[in-house]
Design a protein. Structure first.
Length: 194
């Protein structure tokens, strides 16, 4: 079982996280998947979220950044005010470098995101994603998310809305282990339940 470390991203991580985003764009393009086609816009969004303190990076034991995700408020382009009154956190820019995918790390990170959602008082982990990418929709449906609806925007291609109860823990053992440095180096998923 591989051990990874998760911590809050700082300004010093901007290049690494933008690099991950570009890596994901290359992978998507070579797989013929229409998603994340606006590279400069994506890099600006990544920088903004790191500046806002809502991005986390995942590192190997050798301190190499191989994944990242952001947890923040809902995007008002896609979620209504009423929907955003529900206690929820919203997952953005979930990326794992190709050579660490399919290891169980993604499932652990979704459980961890749910855990953080609960810590923040949330009942739902939500996301909006590329609305025509049904392969990606399947990824989330297979992991306990429910499809809610699709909203369109003239410029942005996201808008397929999903949510998962924050209490869900679906990672199968043996899976990747996370050392959570946002909580002083506690091992996840061995963190006691809330
Ligand atoms: C999403 C991600 C973090 C999941 O990592 P993981 O839990 O290790 O899962 P895997 O990468 O093994 O993917 C599982 C399946 O979903 C598919 N998948 C993953 N991302 C996808 C995408 N963006 N579009 C279509 N299919 C996707 C994979 O091809 C794989 O399909 P397979 O089982 O038929 O081989 C990782 O795939 C990734 O970084 N993807 C690119 C960035 C991305 O699209 N992030 C989500 C934004 S909302």
């Amino acid at each position: 079982m591989t051990t990874y470390h998760v911590r809050a991203a700082g300004e010093e991580d901007v290049d690494a996280v933008v690099g991950l985003r570009r890596h994901a764009e290359d992978w998507l393009r070579s797989a013929g998947i229409e998603q994340w086609t606006r590279s400069e816009y994506g890099a600006r969004v990544v920088k903004g979220w790191i500046g806002a303190g809502s991005t986390f990076v995942v590192e190997t034991e050798d301190n190499e950044i191989i994944g990242s995700l952001s947890l923040d408020a809902g995007d008002p382009t896609f979620w209504t005010e009423e929907e955003m009154r529900a206690p929820a956190l919203y997952l953005y820019k979930f990326i794992i470098r190709s050579d660490h995918r399919g290891t169980g790390l993604g499932d652990v990170l979704l459980d961890w995101s749910c855990y953080r959602t609960e810590m923040a008082g949330g009942l739902w982990l939500r996301l909006d994603c590329w609305r025509d990418n049904f392969g990606l929709h399947k990824y989330y449906l297979d992991r306990g998310f429910q499809y809610l609806t699709t909203r369109t925007d003239p410029v942005r291609m996201s808008g397929a809305l999903f949510e998962r109860p924050a209490e869900l823990r679906l990672a199968k053992k043996p899976a990747a282990y996370l050392i959570d440095h946002t909580l002083g180096g506690i091992e996840f998923p061995n963190i006691p339940s809330l």
